[in-house]
Design a protein around this ligand. Sequence first.
Ligand code: SF4
Length: 430
Amino acid sequence: MKPEKSVSFITYGCKVNQFDTDKIISNLPDNFKVVTDKSLSDFCIINTCTVTDNTDNQFFKDLKKLKRDNPQIITLVTGCLAQTSPEKLNHLENIDLVVDNANKYLIPKVLSKPERYHKRIISNIFDIREFDDDFENIYENRSRAFLKVQDGCNYRCSFCIIPFARGRSRSLKEFKVIEKINRLNRLGFNEVVLTGIHLSSYGKDIGSSFEKLLNLIDKETDIPNIRLSSIDPADTSLDLIDLISSSKKICPSFHISLQSGDEEVLKNMRRRYKIEKFNELINYIRQKLPSSCIGTDVIVGFPGENNNLFNNTVNFIKNSELNYLHVFPYSDRKGTPASISKDKVDDHEKQKRSKILRELSNNMKLEFANKFKNIVIKGIKEKNNKVRTNNYIDVSVENSNVSQGSIVEVIINTVEKDKIFGTIVGPHLQ
Ligand code: SF4
């Protein structure tokens, strides 16, 4: 029998990266067990993100501490930073192995025989043309399951490094998506979140479309709740909104990336839509699904964004149907067109603008929650005495014995500055 080994994980970034970590875990050799205590780990796999400078810096800081506190540990660095900037990892003594996104599937083998592999396993991510779907996920202690149905992106927004970390857009075949959702439902999950790097591109490589997929999920699965992660306004049609509004499964919760509310900034970002199109879309959502939550991403301090242009974004948001914002201060990503622009905004100004938008977002969230006070809403029971409603309101509830992941009905009682309180009033009868 092989000696038992232990492995711990650190994952940065988005749900797709979390999904990739789960995939590595589910494919570990039999003699490997996952531990959280780093001092008991033989290996630590660090799944990096490189979407901003901050995420890179956080990784370098954590790595130093990890090796200092646990000199016995063998570190294997993978993920988007390993794919886009392997040269940044070369000189670091704290790293034993590097495996990029293109070769992530090799990690279980590398762990079995680390001495057989060179320090770096790097190849061209653009060589990968098919979605790798040999994955049976394990979901422990989760209220909902995440299902990656798409990876990569064929677009080139001027600020974004992600296509170089993730490669071409590729999709999981429709019948596999249906099979996996039904399996997750049989395992007891009531909600599946569809994720991808550019979810709206689903199907373009396999003669399908996101609309077609949602239609099939609606007809051929029994899962009560489907939630969508971020979608791109350029690829979201009013027909898609019609489909979602007539579905009993798809949650009335949208995350549609805006990035800027100013036409000139949007153009410089090389986004593929105009403000008018975005506005038309969210107004239509509000009309068809009045109770839906609509959130967005905004980048502040993009090169060339002066005060006037920033104020255009603020005014657009204030007058829009949006209910919350994810705010990101712009950060240079090497190799992107925006990073060589001369007209940079200084860090202090970026922080100031971020603060303005984050405060605005908090107020928008509370205003949205207030609209649902004393109304029964359907949601999923989370751990830590929380319910996440189908329209994306996190409600703190009294200690209850309702199990995590159950579908419940909740009433919002009070909305305070940073918390929303409510009561579970019963199980939801489907
Ligand atoms: S659509 Fe633009 S921002 Fe989104 S992943 Fe693709 S290149 Fe990046």
